[in-house]
Design a protein around this ligand. Sequence first.
Ligand code: G6P
Length: 365
Amino acid sequence: ALIEKGNYRHFMAKEIAEQPDVVGHTLAHHLDMAKGRARIPEGIDFKKLDRIAFSACGTAYYAGLVARYWFEKLARIPVDIDIASEFRYREPPLKPGGLAILISQSGETADTLATLRHCKEQGMQIASVVNVTSSTIARESDAILPTLGGPEIGVASTKAFTCQLATLAALAVAAGKARGVLSDDDEQRLVASLVELPRLMAETLKLEPQIERIAKDLAKAQDALYLGRGTSFPIAMEGALKLKEISYIHAEGYAAGELKHGPIALVDEKMPVVVLAPYDTLFEKTVSNMQEVAARGGKVLLVTDPDGAKEAAGEFETLIVPKSYAFVTPMIYAIPMQLLAYHTAVFMGTDVDQPRNLAKSVTVE
Ligand code: G6P
């Protein structure tokens, strides 16, 4: 079927806007919403596993980085994660019967496929989180965990990313339950926070006019820094990746605590610093990193929830996203990252859907 942009100027804008719907479909597939349970995929016995190896490229790799926090915390299972183009060269000792999870929108990325085949040769079980279920990676997997994002046309991934996160979040809950780490109540509470997520994502999309105004300034920058702690750290990296992919502004995502070990040397009045800081146990520490930036004249954009905004008391330019359970913040904070990159690129007049030098699916190693 022909896929059209409808009333949107770019596929990327359409795909960003679709997220509450497609994340909802994806969650409905992986959760039993009526019972408040996460479904356990057939053929995966989480109780028997002593670790999981994740691998992916680009944006999908950042989804894996977020998943590591979830699997280690909720299922107490150690997670290894590598960029697919590096996995084999590290020569990790792999255990036959161990589980490898590959994440890929297209299911055709050459490095990810090569990793899959390598893990298979070592006798590992293969599960894949894929958007295209007829893809090579899907076909060569023992278990397929589909994301129900629908076709993604924009080269820079958006809805596929939040659907990957939704799938991995549900899987982490299933793993935690299967391993006896989560009680029935814990499971119900986490599932409830996922059920509520599409509504919060729709709420977050309403920030678009404010983000558009901020993007006008960001478009004048040469470099930008993105900071976060915990699961907001991979989202900061994803924010930086989105900005460089489509606006060609140099950007780096950093763990907020690493700022003082290098990147702070770059901070001056011209440097925008986007800080992702939900009001949680890490908030105070991130705010103190932010003050270090402000003291050097850096232009801070704080992305936080109403409680965080109150605490920061108007000290910084602030984007206020809805309050949510800590578990689901990555899917919410991803949205302002996408919109910020999108509107910056639109101001700069770049080819948003087909950025120079990039391909939607990279089939060479
Ligand atoms: C390309 C795309 C990225 C994507 C990456 C991985 O670089 O431009 O948006 O994240 O490939 O693609 P995959 O299909 O494996 O998720």
